[in-house]
Design a protein around this ligand. Structure first.
Ligand code: 5GP
Ligand code: ZN
Length: 111
């Protein structure tokens, strides 16, 4: 989508700090990190949210998530995955992304 910020990042029109890329997805550092590790896993295909995905994309994202957890060094101490969805979920960018957050003890509940 032409007005989508993550589509622009994927096309290289907006710079990013990329930690992983393949034919289906990228993983980039969040521009406003909430923890020492804050990476966004983003499918290259513009899908608005997790409900709009096919099973093979969900499988790909989750298997690469496991690799990234190790690469980012949060496997042992723990981390959090977040998929904000819709208005109540606090989604601000309507292109599916999974937050991978860690590197400190995270609070709960989130609000
Ligand atoms: P949401 O609120 O939709 O779950 O998360 C959107 C995330 O995208 C936010 O954490 C925000 O900081 C991040 N973000 C927004 N614009 C950009 C950008 O241009 N570059 C990067 N790397 N992250 C962005
Ligand atoms: Zn998009």
């Amino acid at each position: 989508m032409s007005d989508c910020i993550f589509c622009k990042i994927i096309k290289g029109e907006i710079p990013c700090d990329k930690v992983y890329e393949d034919d289906k997805m990228i993983a980039i550092k969040d521009v406003a990190p909430v923890a020492p590790v804050h990476v966004l896993l983003i499918p290259k295909k513009h899908v608005p949210n997790i409900l709009a995905t096919e099973a093979d994309l969900r499988l790909h994202l989750s298997s690469k998530m496991k690799e990234l957890v190790k690469k980012l060094g949060v496997e042992e101490k723990g981390f959090r995955l977040v998929i904000n969805t819709g208005v109540d979920g606090g989604q601000t960018v309507e292109h599916l992304h999974i937050h991978l957050i860690g590197g400190k003890i995270l609070g709960w509940p989130p609000c």
